[in-house]
Design a binder for this molecule. Structure first.
Ligand SMILES: [Zn+2]
Length: 419
């Protein structure tokens, strides 16, 4: 039995507890309440003194590409997304994840995992180009949905199908690892690939091990032009890299309308970015179970227009947070994302911001029955962040400071602790 004694506990589904505590037995939270109550119910036990910290549910990074961490600061953006992707591809063609030695790849994933837990992140939605990362992540003490990324703009469904079936057959899931499938984006994966991914996810999911789905959507204006007009730099690019055989029929729709028209409503997707959306599209999206992951600092890196996350939340869309990869960001910290948003939108409710970084991400990845809030019966994923001010408004305090998490626990196990 372990008792975490904290200045303030923020369970999320109930009021903040001043001088609170969380009792952990094995992988589970068994109690969350005032310190003296927890101590009399569960003590004596090992105790960790966090009386200068706020204790939060572990943070969820719902969209990242950990394997690209070695490209941090290497891919400058010069106002042209396709040029940026070209540069990224060029760098990757020299060091494709598949070409990196096992040792190098493993080191990249290890470091990224370490950086994540040091930032209070306990769950990641990680997308891997050739589905190589899951193998290295499987031994690491981080909760993860490992998405196998799939492409295919030609009429051929055999090779994406074969690849997806292989990913499903080979991935060993466990208490901390689940599989996801990720058709890359509407301009790189045809409607058949989306349908097949959703079908295979449904067929191969079980209660213990559901298969999640994610995709990049409405990320750039080029994507919009490509889907609306069947032309522009996206098409030129596909032709240039030999990924175009003319079988994709231009839908003449915006990315969001096109995605909704694929009729995947039975299989909720986690939609990354959704930077461009009209009011009508937003209303239609809110009628579905799809979630949106917003990556604030990556969004800023690419100079995108203001994101509609507030209208999405108001309309009832589940919006969570991601860092995207270190090729367009400088840390894998969701606390840094929340701090960045708080600075940009000081009037945005800090509780909602915390929800975006915790329970909303857990729900988007299908982990909400296990983690995302602090309560008896939930699995013990937590982060403790030192307070600096007078503690009357602990979330504003931590969002306006730059203190780093002192303690991170994943499924009852201490994975980061500064004593
Ligand atoms: Zn991404």
């Amino acid at each position: 039995m372990l008792i975490l004694h904290s200045r303030i506990v923020i369970p999320l589904d109930s009021a903040a507890i001043v001088d609170g505590a969380v009792a952990i037995d094995g992988p589970l939270i068994v109690g969350c309440g005032p310190y003296h109550e927890i101590l009399s119910r569960f003590g004596p036990a090992n105790e960790i003194d966090l009386t200068d910290c706020v204790l939060l549910p572990g943070l969820v990074n719902a969209h990242t590409h950990l394997e690209l961490s070695y490209l941090k600061g290497e891919v400058p953006y010069r106002n042209n997304f396709i040029q940026w992707v070209d540069l990224l591809r060029e760098l990757r063609s020299r060091t494709l994840p598949s070409q990196l030695s096992d040792g190098t790849f493993e080191r990249i994933i290890n470091n990224a995992c370490q950086e994540s837990v040091q930032g209070g992140v306990t769950t990641v939605g990680d997308i891997s180009y050739e589905h190589r990362a899951w193998h290295y992540l499987s031994s690491l003490p981080l909760r993860k949905t490992c998405f196998a990324e799939v492409f295919g703009m030609t009429g051929d469904l055999d090779s994406p199908g074969e690849y997806l079936r292989r990913c499903i057959a080979r991935t060993r899931t466990d208490e901390l690892l689940r599989l996801g499938l990720s058709p890359h984006a509407p301009y790189s994966a045809g409607s058949g690939v989306y349908g097949l991914s959703a079908e295979l996810a449904a067929e191969n999911s079980s209660d213990d091990s559901p298969i999640s789905l994610t995709t990049h959507l409405a990320e750039t204006t080029e994507e919009r032009v490509f889907l609306l007009e069947g032309a522009g730099p996206r098409l030129d690019y596909l032709k240039r890299i030999n990924k175009w055989d003319g079988s994709f029929i231009c839908p003449g729709q915006s990315p969001v309308n096109y995605f909704l028209s694929l009729d995947l409503a039975d299989q909720p997707f986690l939609l990354a970015h959704v930077n461009y959306i009209t009011d009508d599209e937003l209303t239609a999206l809110a009628r579905t179970e799809h979630s949106v992951v917003f990556c604030p600092r990556s969004h800023h890196f690419f100079g995108r227009p203001a994101h509609s996350f507030r209208s999405m939340l108001e309309a009832g869309v589940n919006v969570c947070l991601g860092t995207d990869s270190l090729a367009s960001n400088d840390s894998l910290s969701i606390l840094d994302e929340m701090r960045f948003l708080h600075k940009q939108y000081p009037d945005f409710p800090v509780e909602t911001l915390l929800r975006m970084g915790t329970i909303n991400g857990a729900a988007a990845l299908g982990w909400q029955d296990k983690v995302g809030r602090l309560a008896g019966g939930m699995e013990a994923d937590l982060a403790a962040v030192p307070l600096t001010g007078d503690h009357s408004d602990p979330l504003t305090d931590i969002f306006e400071s730059n203190t780093q998490p002192r303690l991170t626990i994943v499924r009852g196990k201490i994975v980061h602790h500064i004593t």
